[in-house]
Write a protein that binds this ligand. Structure first.
Ligand code: GRF
Length: 213
């Protein structure tokens, strides 16, 4: 894939409720740039984002792992990623925004989105903690359980590690004394829905933070 063309074609990957995917769609609409987001891909046939995307009249494709059809997990994963990649290629996708996508993308897949000029994979993720603290799938829960007085959210490039890619933006919030996990998480998600659209806008207008190096 050539990543040098100046067109920006974005795909959003989501596995769950999809509030971030919706925040991105809403923002793209607000700034009149809906055409830059081509489609949403989910691996989960029961993901809330499927209905939400349809309510937006926005294309969403479900591409599950189909583990039962393959002898091993890695074969199933390769097959799923190949299917996804074919679709992305057909739509000339050159940026991916992960919005609660619960699968780790393989090195082969990431490499397809590597930009040799900027030295990053053009794949970004939103993570619910102030990285490098609390990487992994339960950022809010882990930060809450650790009794931190302040937590936050991070948007970062995706590399081969788990939540280790270069940080693009962060935003923090205070823990309140009477917080439950739910109120703590709700405060963080409010920030997610503000910060991720800002990064979307930067991808679209080409002002996204260039990696160090
Ligand atoms: C968010 O908390 C995001 O930070 C994490 O997964 C969650 C997805 O939530 N990566 P939603 O599906 O966008 O509501």
């Amino acid at each position: 894939m050539t990543l040098l063309n100046t067109d920006i074609n974005i795909a959003i990957f989501a596995s769950g409720t999809g509030t971030n995917a919706c925040a991105l769609l809403e923002h793209a609409k607000k700034i009149n740039q809906c055409s830059k987001i081509k489609l949403i891909i989910t691996d989960n046939p029961n993901a809330g984002i499927i209905k939400k995307a349809r309510d937006f009249d926005f294309p969403v494709l479900t591409i599950p792992m189909e583990q039962e059809k393959f002898a091993s997990f890695s074969e199933a994963k390769r097959n799923q990623e190949n299917k996804i990649y074919k679709i992305l290629l057909a739509q000339k996708i050159n940026w991916i925004m992960l919005a609660g996508y619960m699968r780790i993308l393989s090195k082969d897949f990431l490499n397809k989105f590597y930009n040799e000029n900027t030295l990053v994979n053009q794949i970004v993720n939103i993570h619910p903690s102030l990285l490098p603290n609390f990487p992994g799938k339960d950022g809010y829960q882990d930060a809450f359980n650790a009794n931190v007085s302040e937590s936050g959210i991070t948007i970062h490039y995706v590399d081969n590690g788990v939540d280790t890619g270069q940080i693009i933006a962060q935003s923090s919030f205070q823990r309140h004394q009477d917080d439950t996990l739910e109120t703590f998480k709700a405060r963080g998600q409010k920030l997610e829905h503000k910060l991720y659209p800002q990064v979307l806008e930067k991808i679209i207008n080409g002002s996204i933070l260039k990696p160090k190096g």
